[in-house]
Ligand binder design. Structure first.
Ligand SMILES: C[S@@+](CC[C@H](N)C(=O)[O-])C[C@H]1O[C@@H](n2cnc3c(N)ncnc32)[C@H](O)[C@@H]1O
Length: 156
């Protein structure tokens, strides 16, 4: 059941969450957790929540603000998903994205995100079995310092 082509390697999820400055007493939501709940399980936050449409919990119905929203999301309506996340998250939003998905964040949308108080603080490049290159984008509120990094580890 967990060997799904769109599910994230648990080691990758753990490593990406390690790049997020979240604290154990912060609150966390995985908005698209999958049946594997891989980001949810690896989040260090004691107070954590999940949504998964296949389990009857639609992210667009979620109304409780949380500090962090981080996952490998569904890509088909990524901007709509991001807008809902910008409305809910208090500290940061992190997405693992394919190169096609990352193109959703063009100049117009980055400006709109910035007007709403959100700036990209990290871009981390990773390699997986297929389709090879993925990008972890972290948005944080305010004027965070930006860092660009990558890992040569070959994830599943
Ligand atoms: C690419 S999969 C990733 C699953 C998991 N986050 C991971 O990293 O392995 C995206 C998941 O989002 C779920 N999903 C799609 N639309 C959703 C929605 N509106 N609310 C909650 N989950 C949704 C899909 O059913 C799918 O399980």
């Amino acid at each position: 059941m967990f060997d799904h082509p769109h599910y994230t390697d648990p080691k990758l999820a753990a490593d990406l969450l390690g790049l997020v400055p979240m604290a154990a007493d912060d609150t966390y939501l995985d908005p698209c957790c999958g049946l594997n709940k891989v980001f949810f399980d690896h989040s260090i936050c004691h107070e954590k929540y999940w949504c998964e449409i296949e389990l009857g919990r639609d992210f667009y119905d979620w109304r409780t603000p949380v500090d962090w929203i981080v996952t490998n999301p569904e890509y088909t309506k990524l901007w709509k998903l991001h807008c809902h996340a910008m409305w809910l998250a208090k500290k940061g939003i992190g997405w693992l994205l394919s190169r096609e998905a990352i193109s959703v964040f063009g100049p117009g949308r980055l400006s709109e995100a910035e007007q709403r108080g959100w700036t990209i603080s990290k871009c981390h490049v990773v390699e997986t079995r297929w389709p090879r290159c993925f990008y972890f984008l972290l948005f944080e509120r305010g004027n965070p310092k930006f860092s660009f990094s990558w890992s040569c580890e070959r994830y599943d």
